[in-house]
Design a protein around this ligand. Structure first.
Ligand SMILES: CC(C)(COP(=O)(O)OP(=O)(O)OC[C@H]1O[C@@H](n2cnc3c(N)ncnc32)[C@H](O)[C@@H]1OP(=O)(O)O)[C@@H](O)C(=O)NCCC(=O)NCCS
Length: 155
């Protein structure tokens, strides 16, 4: 699968020095942000990669994905506000799909807030479908949907 973000966006694996910027992007998007240490600790787990989208040398978005045997999971996907609706998330997921598929994964899972319409639209458009609900996962009354898609993701 290939993605088609804006021409001036570069996708590459994150390096150690990128993590402060990744934590800042995460903190701007979530009420309970992951710190730089949280992100590094997750990334240190086996079969895990962070793919960064860079625009004019500045981090604009990232996806963290973990693969184990024939399954993979999106642990985080965030696009900085100023760079949304440019196809970056779709391109990052395409790259994550390529990465996980090459390592033998055949299914991709993730969780998303029931009320997160932007993310749900994104995922449904790529072939994800709900497999179950986790009640109050993000707090009282804020349920999470577990979504699954076959790999490779459809373009
Ligand atoms: C959800 C998120 C990752 C989307 O990133 P993005 O780079 O703006 O998404 P894309 O530009 O690749 O959009 C792909 C598709 O997703 C859907 N989509 C994205 N943003 C949307 C929005 N605000 N409203 C409705 N649909 C939306 C659309 O179907 C879009 O396709 P289109 O532009 O051709 O209509 C981004 O809004 C974000 O980082 N949100 C905060 C963090 C978050 O919720 N992460 C996901 C947690 S599971």
């Amino acid at each position: 699968m290939t993605g088609s973000p804006a021409d001036d966006i570069i996708l590459r694996e994150a390096r150690d020095e990128d993590f402060p910027a990744l934590a800042a992007i995460h903190a701007a998007a979530f009420v309970e942000p992951w710190t730089e240490a949280d992100l590094k600790s997750l990334n240190a787990g086996p079969g895990t990669v962070v793919i960064l989208a860079e625009m004019a040398g500045v981090a604009a978005a990232f996806v963290m994905v973990r693969q184990a045997a024939d399954e993979a999971e999106i642990l985080a996907l965030v696009v900085a506000q100023a760079h949304r609706r440019k196809g970056i998330a779709r391109a990052l997921l395409a790259r994550a799909s390529d990465w996980a598929t090459a390592r033998g994964a055949r299914q991709l899972f993730l969780e998303v807030g029931v009320g997160n319409d932007a993310a749900r639209n994104l995922y449904m458009g790529l072939g994800f479908f709900p497999v179950r609900t986790r009640q109050d996962y993000y707090g009282q009354g804020a349920d999470a949907l577990i979504l699954r898609a076959g790999l490779p993701l459809r373009a």
